[in-house]
Design a protein around this ligand. Structure first.
Ligand SMILES: NC(=O)c1ccc[n+]([C@@H]2O[C@H](COP(=O)([O-])OP(=O)(O)OC[C@H]3O[C@@H](n4cnc5c(N)ncnc54)[C@H](O)[C@@H]3O)[C@@H](O)[C@H]2O)c1
Length: 275
């Protein structure tokens, strides 16, 4: 099906390279007829890869924005409306970063400045984005706002560390702001809880490879890829999902509702015989 997003305008955060979920989402949104602005942290732009994505998406404009800075966020929203010729219809928040994980700090020995940065960049930025859009009246009725999250918000995955706490807060913002946006502007806000995915952020989590194999073995459909996630994002930006709001939507091949699987058992047997 084509043209699901024909005539829709948006903003896509977080495309670092072609492995990024946001990169795949931008490609799919463009395929479905959307026009949009791309944004990332100024430091991420220095790598330059985002220019290739912009070229592949009808020469989309790129606006730098460090999501932890109010002035960057205001500038992004104002410029996006200028470039796109009015309010937007969809926004993808695909941003995450934990300095404690990066620096190898144990969960019981965190640096609190780093923890502040983690919460600010990975969660509060979602509130900052919605507050800015709300104040600037920058989104059309029946618009759709999505942020990406992980099941570490509900269950303990020890190596997911402080990101589990950040994702809990992110999901809560989707409900709290979703209520307000729904009542006042008929705009929906949801989070998509994605399978482990081989991206720069994903691979930064300790023992990611083993965990990726475990999640794939537990999930009846296997792990959902970045491309699968991009398709789901298109659906959530389209008018086909207009009454869905304030939800945390699991996009994980069935992982979240599976207790045990024979494939996990096989994986454990293989481990034992390799020892
Ligand atoms: N990869 C996974 O296993 C997985 C699973 C579930 C959810 N997610 C979530 O998906 C989202 C996208 O991550 P990804 O896996 O595509 O990895 P990614 O590394 O490609 O994307 C993360 C993005 O965050 C951006 N970012 C970091 N700090 C920023 C800042 N201060 N300002 C603006 N942007 C900043 C990075 O530049 C990068 O583009 C994140 O929210 C992540 O937590 C990932």
């Amino acid at each position: 099906m084509n043209n699901l997003l024909k005539g829709k305008k948006g903003i896509i955060f977080g495309a670092l390279n072609d492995k990024s979920i946001a990169w795949q989402a931008a490609m799919k949104c463009f395929e479905q007829g959307a026009t949009f602005v791309l944004t990332n942290a100024p430091i991420a732009m220095r790598m330059g890869e985002i220019n290739n994505l912009a070229a592949a998406c009808g020469n989309a404009q790129i606006i730098p924005c460090d999501v932890s800075k109010n002035e960057d966020m205001e500038n992004l929203i104002a410029k996006s409306m200028e470039i796109l010729g009015g309010k937007v219809d969809f926004i993808l928040h695909s941003v995450g970063m934990s300095m404690n994980i990066r620096k190898g700090k144990d969960y019981a020995d965190v640096d609190y400045k780093f923890m502040h940065d983690t919460l600010d960049i990975s969660a509060i930025s979602f509130h900052r984005l919605m507050q800015t859009v709300h104040k600037m009246d920058a989104i059309n009725e029946w618009g759709s706002i999505i942020a990406l999250t992980y099941i570490g918000a509900q269950r303990v995955f020890p190596d997911y560390h402080e990101m589990g706490d950040a994702k809990s807060l992110l999901e809560s913002y989707a409900r709290s702001f979703g209520y307000r946006f729904g009542k006042e502007k008929k705009v929906r806000v949801n989070t998509i809880s994605q399978s482990p995915t081989k991206t720069t952020a994903g691979s930064g989590v300790k023992a990611f490879g083993d965990f990726f194999a475990y999640a794939g073995a537990l999930s009846p459909l296997g792990n959902a890829s970045a491309e699968d996630c991009a398709n789901y994002i298109v659906l959530m930006f389209s008018d086909l999902s207009r009454m869905v709001t304030m939800q945390n939507l699991f996009h994980d091949g069935g992982f979240s509702y599976t207790g045990f699987s024979h494939d996990v058992f096989k994986l454990m047997e293989e481990h034992k015989s390799a020892e």
